[in-house]
Write a protein that binds this ligand. Structure first.
Ligand code: NAD
Ligand code: UDP
Ligand code: UDP
Length: 313
């Protein structure tokens, strides 16, 4: 039985990953400081004999014995990562150093949850892994973007310098059940606003684009990437290449919630990328993976999740 560490394991993506690992019979150690994650997300796993939950901040050293590490710890929503930007950089950078030091000591394979934000506000569209990005080093998104870029640097230096077995995945906007209702990212914001009959907050004119991946597709790619042969490090883009403007997303959410909410237009936050769409040919070739869930189907699942939890929050 493999002993697998998932940092950020009680967050949105981490909790789905823990579910999949437990269901295939692995022994899972979930580490989280509950900054944006919640015990609620893994409550159903707490009594499982192969699951262990530890409150711990990855900016501090961690001494445990494991065979594999999925490093997901880091707030992902702009609202939350900008709340304490110094802590965000520390989480990405010190967290990566600690988890790489741990992987080095125990000889574990380690996967980094990186991000499409390493491409910044891209001038190349769609974005292939070979594109180096256009990132502002001193803006309000930099704590996240540059923190994640530095984490990638650390992963590749530990690989080159210490022959560490690394895997780097660049995740594009992913959504689904267990996003926190106050997460602040666009899909959960629009759905919660629509269900509560509140105005839908479009930032800017809504013409900016994102490509939305459903959580189940993403977790499938994570597991495939972790099992690739030694030597394939990535980085590899994981996301759904179907691109939508925020206005189109709002229309889909209104349609599937049958909501009468009105659209309102708020200022566009600074450095907000204008367009984003993954080139996933490397994932197709190396992982034999393409996303299966359409935005409409994924939205329906996510809407029914929020319908269930909203009265109780
Ligand atoms: P999330 O905020 O739900 O999960 C992050 C988890 O990390 C939370 O449980 C949080 O409490 C925990 N955490 C934060 N700082 C920590 C620290 N110092 N020590 C221990 N735990 C800490 O977000 P998510 O969407 O599940 O994102 C998971 C990972 O995937 C993040 O690294 C994020 O950058 C990356 N990612 C996600 C997306 C996406 O669209 N969902 C896109 C790109 C990258
Ligand atoms: N570390 C950890 N757990 C371990 C081994 C290391 O958290 O099991 C941390 C430790 O704090 C160290 C960091 O990882 O500072 C980097 O470790 P590495 O061995 O690369 O460097 P060094 O120990 O020389 O700083
Ligand atoms: N956005 C929006 N309304 C919201 C939240 C976000 O129009 O209530 C926009 C935001 O400006 C960005 C896009 O939706 O252009 C995606 O934002 P999100 O925070 O989900 O992710 P990211 O910008 O990190 O891709």
């Amino acid at each position: 039985m493999k002993k697998i560490l998932v940092t950020g394991g009680s967050g949105f993506l981490g909790s789905h990953l823990c579910d999949r690992l437990i269901s295939r019979g692995d022994d899972v150690l979930c580490v989280d400081n509950f900054f944006t994650g919640s015990k609620q997300n893994v409550k159903h796993l707490l009594t499982h004999p192969n699951f262990e939950l530890m409150r711990h901040d990855v900016t501090f050293p961690l001494y445990v014995e494991v065979n594999q590490i999925f490093n997901l710890a880091c707030p992902a929503s702009p609202v939350h990562y900008q709340h304490d930007p110094v802590q965000t950089t520390k989480t990405s950078v010190h967290g990566a150093i600690n988890m790489l030091g741990l992987a080095k000591r125990v000889g574990a394979r380690i996967l980094q949850a990186s991000t499409s934000e390493v491409y910044g506000d891209p001038e190349v569209h769609p974005q292939p892994e070979s594109y180096w990005g256009k990132v502002n080093p001193i803006g309000i998104r930099s704590c996240y973007d540059e923190g994640k870029r530095c984490a990638e640097t650390l992963f590749f230096d530990y690989h080159r310098q210490h022959n560490l077995d690394i895997k780097v995945v660049r995740i594009f906007n992913t959504y689904g059940p267990r996003m926190h209702p106050n997460d602040g990212r666009v899909v959960s914001n629009f759905i919660v606003q629509a269900l509560q009959g509140r105005d839908i907050t479009i930032y800017g004119d809504g013409s900016q684009t994102r490509s939305f991946c459903y959580v189940d597709d993403l977790i499938e790619a994570f597991l495939k990437m972790m099992e690739t042969e030694h030597g394939f490090t990535g980085p590899v883009n994981i996301g759904n290449p179907c691109e939508f403007s925020m206005l189109q997303l709002a229309e889909l959410v209104l349609k599937h919630t049958q909501s009468k909410s009105k659209l309102i237009f708020n200022p566009l936050p600074s450095d907000d990328p204008k367009q984003r769409k993954p080139d996933i040919s490397l994932a197709q070739q190396k992982l034999d993976w393409i996303p299966k869930v359409s935005l409409e189907d994924g939205l329906k699942e996510t809407i029914s999740y929020f319908k269930k939890i909203l009265p109780t929050i």
